[in-house]
Design a protein around this ligand. Sequence first.
Ligand SMILES: NC(=O)c1ccc[n+]([C@@H]2O[C@H](COP(=O)([O-])OP(=O)(O)OC[C@H]3O[C@@H](n4cnc5c(N)ncnc54)[C@H](OP(=O)(O)O)[C@@H]3O)[C@@H](O)[C@H]2O)c1
Length: 251
Amino acid sequence: MNTLKRVVIFGATSAIAEQVSRQLVSQGASLFCVGRNNNKLTAIVDDLKVRAGTNQKIEGFCCDLVNIKQHQAIIERAQDVLGDIDAVLIAHGTLPTQQDCENSVDLTLKEIETNALSIISLLTLLANYFEPKQKGVISVISSVAGDRGRQSNYVYGASKGMVSLFLQGLRNRLAQKGVDVVTIKPGFVDTPMTASFNKSGLLWSKPDKIAQGIVSAMVKGKNEVYLPGFWWGIMFMIKHIPESIFKKMSL
Ligand SMILES: NC(=O)c1ccc[n+]([C@@H]2O[C@H](COP(=O)([O-])OP(=O)(O)OC[C@H]3O[C@@H](n4cnc5c(N)ncnc54)[C@H](OP(=O)(O)O)[C@@H]3O)[C@@H](O)[C@H]2O)c1
C-alpha cells in the first residue's frame, strides 16, 4: 500500500483531478496543483485550503503544460514546497473534434502535443526523479479511447494509445525499482470535456466516482485500471473484433 501524503497534480483544473484532490486532501495529503487557467486554479486551490488541516500544504502553480521547457522547474518547485513527492497524477488533456483534425495538420499535431508529447516529457523527468529514490507512484489518466483506433476520434485515441504504451514500458523499467506506474483508463465521464455529448444511457459516470477509483489505484499501486471496471469487458470485446470486420463498422 502506498502512502499519499505529498502529491503533485498536473492539470489540477480538470473536473476529475479536482475530485481526486478533494479526496486526497480529506485523507490528509498536501498538494502541489499545476493548472494553466489561473482563475480556475486559484478557486480550486482556495477551496482545497478550506478543506485541509493546518498541517497540510496546498499550493497552486500556473503553467501551460505544453511548455515542456518548464517541466523540470515545476518538479523542483513541487519538491521544495512539499519537501518530498510521494506521488503524481497527470490529468491534463483536450478532446478535439475529429473532423476539425482531419482538416488541419496543425490542429492534429497540436492535439498530439497536448495529449501525448507533453505527458511523455513529464514522465521522462518524473521517472528519473523517482527511480533513485526507489519509491513513488506515477499515475496518468489515459483513456479507453487509446485501446483501439476508431474513425470518430483517432487523433485523440492515438495520443492516448501512445501514452498507454509509453506507461507500459515505463512500468516495465521501474517495476524492480519500487516505483508504481498506474495507467488509468476511464470510459465516458460527465465533465466539461464532454459538455457537448448526449449523456443519456448507462455508460456515463460522474467525476467523483472516477476519482475514487483513481485514488484507490494509486494507493494499491495498480498497473492498469478501467474506470468503472465494466469498461474492461467492453474494451476486451472491441479489441478482439477482427480488423476485416472492424474497418466496416461505424464506431
Ligand atoms: N471526460 C471523459 O469522458 C474522459 C474519458 C477518458 C479520459 N479522460 C481524460 O481525463 C482527463 C481529465 O479530463 P476531464 O474529463 O476532467 O476534463 P476537463 O475538466 O475538461 O479537464 C481537462 C483539463 O486539462 C487542462 N489542460 C488542457 N490542456 C492543458 C495544458 N496545455 N496545460 C495545462 N492544462 C491543460 C484543462 O485546463 P483548462 O481548464 O485551462 O482548459 C482542463 O482543466 C483528460 O486527460 C481526459 O483526456 C476523460
